[in-house]
Structures are given as structure tokens and as C-alpha cells.
Design a protein around this ligand. Sequence first.
Ligand SMILES: CC(C)(COP(=O)(O)OP(=O)(O)OC[C@H]1O[C@@H](n2cnc3c(N)ncnc32)[C@H](O)[C@@H]1OP(=O)(O)O)[C@@H](O)C(=O)NCCC(=O)NCCS
Length: 148
Amino acid sequence: MRVICRIAHERDVEDALSLLDRVGQMREGAMAELRYWRVLEANGSLIAMGGIEYCGADAALLRSLAVPASLRGKGYGQLLVKELVGVARDLGAARVYAFSTGAMPFFTKLGWKRVQVDELVSALPDAPQVESFRKRGWLPTEVAWRAP
Ligand SMILES: CC(C)(COP(=O)(O)OP(=O)(O)OC[C@H]1O[C@@H](n2cnc3c(N)ncnc32)[C@H](O)[C@@H]1OP(=O)(O)O)[C@@H](O)C(=O)NCCC(=O)NCCS
């Protein structure tokens, strides 16, 4: 299967949101600024995705990484993280963070360090996902990660 990684387009939004539903990730704020989102495409179909939230400081948030269960373990998640960290660095983000309680072995394998949620929130106080998690009362039970 030939897989390409490309910037997300408006025509991807419906498939992307449906993929987020399937992997149990929230839709809120997803695909908001398409230039910061990447999708993997195979045979003309969207197979995986992820995005960056960037609010103009020197930090960015990687979010909504989604690979369907049937396609896991093939390196697609790792490929997306590499691309998205590159997007964040190009924007000027020296520090790239993510929230994840469900993919701890994945982020650990990729060399990400677990950090205090407060560190992420201080670096990205206005990030939409931080706002969502604050509003939903999820921050106390979240797990934060920083890219190597
Ligand atoms: C997390 C997720 C994106 C990983 O995608 P993936 O395509 O399966 O990951 P990769 O194949 O690129 O894995 C990269 C490495 O991490 C390891 N890894 C991935 N998931 C793992 C797990 N649950 N346990 C142990 N190792 C894991 C892989 O074995 C691989 O190691 P290797 O290079 O030695 O083979 C996918 O499981 C997913 O969509 N989960 C649900 C949504 C989610 O939790 N997103 C993260 C929040 S932003």
C-alpha cells in the first residue's frame, strides 16, 4: 500500500472527524486550522491524521493523532509525529507537547518525556485543547508529554 503524507484540505474534514470518533478522540477543535494538520492517504482514502495547535509562542501542541486499530503497528503514528513536530519547529516552537493517557507506551517509545500537566498549561495557556480540557474538568487526570 502506497501511503502519502499531505496537508489536510476542507474535503478531508468529514472523514477526519469520523476517524476521531472511531479511535475515541474528541472532535472539538479538530481540523480548525487546516494548514497545521496532516493526513495520511492511501488509494485516495484518508487513513490517519494528526494536528498541531500553535498560538504564536515558542510552544505547540500535537493533538488528535489517530490511526485506526486495523492499521496500527506499521509506523504511521510515528510518521505523523515526525511530520507534525516538523510543522511545529518550522513555526518557531522550541517545545512541542501532547496530552495522552491512552498512548503512553507510544510516546515513551518515541523518546517523549512525561511532564507535569502544569508545564504544558503554562506553555500553552490559550491552546484550544487546553481550553477544552479545562472546561471539561479533565486537566487533573490528564497526562502531558514533551517531545525530545
Ligand atoms: C497512538 C497511535 C497513534 C499509534 O499509532 P501506530 O501507527 O500504531 O504507531 P507506530 O506503528 O508508528 O508505532 C511507533 C512505535 O511505538 C510502538 N507502539 C505503538 N503503540 C504501542 C503500544 N500501545 N504499546 C507498546 N508500543 C507501542 C510501536 O511498536 C512502534 O515501535 P517500533 O518502532 O519499535 O516498532 C494509535 O495507537 C492511535 O491512534 N491510538 C488512539 C488515539 C490516541 O491515543 N492518540 C494519541 C493522543 S494525541
